[in-house]
Design a protein around this ligand. Structure first.
Ligand code: NDP
Ligand code: OXD
Length: 318
């Protein structure tokens, strides 16, 4: 039973030895060094695989996306018609919630202002609203959105979330549909994006959307503009619109982990914008050990005749 690891940007040798230990008796191969007949490969573990490789795997049974997002796979025109299992892992979820909570608190507790004051040796406090006065709206209330929402609600923020289907998460206000999006934006001081990249979410976060966020000044008395935080996918945001919104005061600030083009090109104004926090797509860096255990467990379950879980809905695109 052959398994192929095709991971760009990761050290494939360490992945190979991990799977040899976790799945004894399997023929573990690594792309592009692989030998043997590609038609024998039943499982593909992939992060951004090339299209040519996908065409050659005629005996494939399951593709495992080594990420929670599957846009890197679904864009391939020659994607074999087999189930795609994505990563749902407590380690990844916790890392994302850490990043989201960190960014919300950086803005809420005026980190940049106090950092600047420290450079000037300036001892000066500013009004600080309670978290309970601040309304966070999360685009996407799936595995990651729901966990981040719950963590923020635990800190006292008023949290709402938007998803395709309505949700019942204790302490979180749920919105869905076009009207739901409108309503959530109007009550949002800090907008967090944790949507997958699909046809429907591409370019969603544009100037028009940002202009619909709350401006009633509840976030804090000296700043009546909202904040954007994005760790979903860069393809959901229009970066020229974000820069425009930061410059004209439509947005007070932003935190971005994902970009239309990654790595973010050196001349991009977001790198040096005084109102932007930029991180290099590390919000929820996956732990290879944890991911390997998850995939190996899914393969064992599949071979024992159990159904696959966390299978991507190709029609919905996530
Ligand atoms: P899930 O599939 O669990 O959740 C996706 C959520 O988005 C669901 O609530 C879904 O609604 C909602 N959604 C999808 N399309 C729409 C739409 N058109 N309108 C409204 N709601 C929509 O995914 P995860 O939470 O596990 O991951 C989310 C994304 O986070 C990934 O796809 C990936 O792009 C990104 N990510 C980023 C990382 C980073 O390091 N920056 C790391 C890991 C993931 P419903 O519940 O009704 O289906
Ligand atoms: C993912 C990611 O989708 O790291 O898991 O972006």
């Amino acid at each position: 039973m052959a398994l192929l690891i095709a991971v760009s940007g990761w050290d494939s040798e360490s992945w190979t030895s991990r799977f040899e230990a976790l799945l004894p008796g399997h023929d573990v191969r690594s792309h592009p060094e692989t030998t043997g007949n590609p038609a024998d490969i039943r499982y593909l573990l992939a992060w951004k695989p090339d299209g040519e490789l996908l065409r050659s795997l005629t005996g494939l049974e399951v593709i495992f996306s080594l990420g929670a997002g599957v846009d890197h796979l679904l864009k391939h025109p020659d994607l074999p018609d087999v189930p795609i299992v994505r990563i749902v892992d407590p380690d990844l979820t916790m890392r994302m919630s850490e990043w989201v909570v960190l960014q919300v608190l950086l803005h809420h507790r005026k980190h940049r202002l106090y950092h600047a004051q420290q450079q000037q040796r300036l001892w000066k406090g500013h009004d600080q609203p309670a978290a309970s006065a601040v309304r966070v709206g999360i685009l996407g209330l799936g595995v990651l959105g729901a966990d981040a929402a719950t963590a923020l609600a635990r800190l006292g923020f008023q949290v709402a979330g938007w998803s395709r289907s309505p949700k019942a998460i204790p302490g979180i206000q749920s919105y869905s549909g076009t009207q739901g999006l409108e309503e959530m934006l109007q009550r949002t001081d800090i907008l967090v994006n944790l949507l997958p990249l699909t046809g429907e979410t591409t370019g969603l976060i544009d100037y028009k959307l940002l202009s619909r966020l709350s401006t009633d000044g509840r976030r804090h008395p000296n700043c009546d503009a909202p904040v954007l935080i994005n760790a979903g996918r860069g393809g959901s945001q229009v970066e020229t619109d974000i820069v425009r919104a930061l410059d004209d005061g439509t947005l007070a600030a932003c935190s971005l982990d994902v970009f239309e083009h990654e790595p973010l090109p050196a001349p991009a104004p977001l790198w040096t914008h005084p109102k932007a926090y930029v991180t290099p797509h590390i919000a929820a860096d996956s732990d290879p050990e944890s991911l390997s255990r998850y995939v190996a467990a899914r393969i064992r379950a599949h071979e024992a005749g159990e159904g696959l879980i966390n299978v991507v809905d190709r029609t919905a695109g996530y």
